[in-house]
Design a protein around this ligand. Sequence first.
Ligand code: ZN
Length: 501
Amino acid sequence: MPKFYITTAIPYVNAKPHIGFAMEAVQTDVIARYRKMRGDSVWLTTGTDENSLKNVLAAEKVGKRTPEFCAENSSAFRDLCDGIGLSYDSFVRTSVDPNHRNVADFLWNACNARGDIYKKKYSGLYCVGCELFYTENELVGGLCPEHGTKPELVEEENYFFRLSRYQDALLKIIEGGEVTIYPDFKKSEVVNFIKSGLEDFSVSRSIKRSHGWGLAVPGDASQIIYVWFDALGTYLTGAGMLSDESRFKKFWPADMHVIGKGILRFHAVYWLAMLRSAGIALPKSIFIHGYVTVDGQKMSKSIGNVVDPAQMLQRYGADPIRYYLMKEISTFQDGDFSESKLKEVINNELVGNMGNFVNRTLMFISSKFDGKLEERELGEGALLMKEVYGLVDSAARLLEQGQLNFAILTILEISSLGNKYFQENEPWKLVKEDPDAAREVLFACANVCRVIGIAIYPYMPSASKTLLSYFNEEPSGFNDAKILAKSFKIDEPKILFSKVE
Ligand SMILES: [Zn+2]
């Protein structure tokens, strides 16, 4: 059985999760579930990045101790993962997982042994108010984005990773496709960045500037490991490195890291160089999504448009939110979330199109044929099924290419076809004149419902399970969609999607 190891990014816990992380979780989950349908043995890692100064400062702001604050926000992330149906196998909390501490040490020591870690003076733009180093791009007109003050140039001694040594190797890795970058246009961004020249980067902070929070540098308690050797190592921890070696051996290297565009460099450049230095196999691909705006604006606390995904889940349920995030937001581009648009999509597409087709079919079979239909020849429905199978193949192909939004659009076309077929054949008239002809129409429609049940599984697992239960089936591979249903049990069809106000 082929294996497939996939990860989400590991978010900071300085705030509760926002809708952008929800989207990333769903993208990751859709790919993971599709792989399972293909028969792969899948492992999915997610978790929370807790050893950052940002978390310490956020905790201080609300007068909480850092460990409690991290635990609280980490469980909000976990609740979101559970609520939205992310089928994760490991959830790593970097500040409390003892295996993670070992992995970070291992990674550091391995790179150190290669001579890739050295000490030198670090100078950076430091905002005293934020107690953070900023890069030039993060400043607004040369000033701190939070305080509007000019940051100081501060010098301290830190450890550095010798990234410059890996410039040629990285170029070869990315250009040669050893690590695939989805989408393709992001690949050239990475190549250009590497070609512009790679500088060594700082991988530690003084214990004072870190407020004593984080993992100490192996052999130097005066320094704390700065984000990279800590957070990125989570992908190794999740796979079982140093804790479950047989699992690690099976699942590493990662087949896919799903990340937002803002951290592409850290994954496609820093991370790959660190792994190469440590002698660990490289991930096979990196999948990069865009950002989610809300009502056309960047999410921000000051605008007050931060969408709480937990609230959305409570109001609309996981399947409709998953559908919206996958269909409305173009997979590799920035996209927008709007509650009014969400309602429109639920009412028009899920209730009005897919739900309508499924319900009218199941209700008809339930009320006119006692919920039973014997297996039969397709007759005139064969043409419809041929078209439907064509759409299933397209959806599978699009999923393979990571085009999640085009794939779900293709699946929606299946129910549009079904509705058209139902409408044109008028089974409600036919059943009085020629019941057997009506049975033939409904047999085709029921099979289209079954196909929908299979095809929507990666996107809307609950609706899929409900739908397939009428056929005594569990979600299985896309190819099984092309086998005709043998058994029906449609006593009391449930409403698949409900209209929202
Ligand atoms: Zn500041």
